[in-house]
Ligand binder design. Structure first.
Ligand code: AMP
Ligand code: ZN
Length: 281
């Protein structure tokens, strides 16, 4: 009885966020950026259950057995739920595995594994989602992720870094930019794990083997023993200042990267800046 209440409350909370923040439209062609982990698998499963036009996109970063296990789990879910799965191989895109890209970059600058991987993934997701003519990209970011990001930006002395965040990246209207949406924005990681276990979704629960020694990990540890209310407060307070940050961001011009022609805030986008460092080393 209690189990059914948890499942219903969980699903209703996500439906409410989608409606309140106008995250998705019934007509949208949706690509879920699916990693094989619990968060993106849960939202993929649920959007299909809610009746959205959804397919999954997996970027195979070629991180050995971990990537293979993630892909296997995702294939299983997509087969079970009759969801189309697109797979993008990093080796085909850049001629090498994520570890090689990262190591090349790290020979020139001190930057965390997750930072390099995140920038490359974001770039690939946008490009591929646009090629697939998607209206929205959905990611599995949740309450804990978002509270961490806000604290990280604060610690780095740059809250503007979060200007393009929030449940929907709504400030940039650009023909080459596919809006990114986070329907799990208000849901805790603990509840997502509980839901995925109760539903017995095929999920890889292990952490990415490359996620070591980043600022995010230290912030995660700091927030770990804080209760959910504290994390919600962080999000609520951030959402109060977000419209101001977005207005400021709108005044900045969006350019196209001179190398890859993808939308960028600078003449050369972050991904091309990183990859040019790799080539120098
Ligand atoms: P992370 O950057 O690993 O914290 O993941 C954040 C979100 O990015 C996940 O919830 C997924 O939606 C998406 N994502 C992460 N890794 C992949 C991947 N290999 N392929 C596709 N989407 C991914
Ligand atoms: Zn570029």
């Amino acid at each position: 009885m209690q189990e059914t209440k948890f499942l219903n409350d969980f699903e209703n909370k996500i439906k409410k966020a989608i409606q309140e923040y106008k995250l998705l439209d019934e007509k949208d062609k949706i690509i879920v950026a699916a990693s094989g982990g619990k968060d993106s698998t849960t939202i993929l499963y649920l959007l299909k259950k809610f009746g959205y036009n959804v397919s999954a996109l997996y970027i195979n970063l070629r991180l050995g057995g971990y990537s293979e296990r993630c892909l296997k789990a995702l294939k299983e879910l997509c087969k079970q739920e009759k969801i189309k799965l697109h797979v993008l191989d990093i080796k085909k895109q850049f001629g090498m595995r994520m570890c090689n890209i990262r190591c090349g970059v790290q020979q020139s600058i001190k930057v965390s594994n997750c930072m390099v991987c995140g920038i490359v993934k974001k770039w690939l997701l946008n490009k591929e989602a646009r090629r697939l003519m998607a209206d929205k990209i959905v990611t599995g970011h949740h309450l804990d992720d978002e509270a961490q990001t806000i604290i990280m930006n604060f610690l780095q002395g740059n809250l503007m870094l979060g200007a393009n965040s929030g449940p929907i990246t709504g400030s940039i209207k650009n023909r080459k930019f596919v809006p990114r949406v986070k329907p799990l924005y208000f849901i805790s990681e603990k509840d997502i794990k509980k839901y995925s276990l109760m539903k017995k979704l095929p999920v890889v629960y292990e952490k990415c083997p490359c996620a070591v020694s980043s600022l995010r990990i230290r912030v995660r540890e700091f927030l770990q023993n804080k209760d959910e209310k504290t994390k919600q407060k962080i999000i609520e307070n951030f959402l109060k200042i977000l419209p101001g940050l977005k207005r400021k961001l709108l005044k900045e011009k969006l350019l196209y990267c001179k190398i890859c022609e993808e939308p960028s805030r600078n003449e050369i986008c972050k991904k091309c800046q990183l990859l040019s460092l790799k080539n120098k080393s």
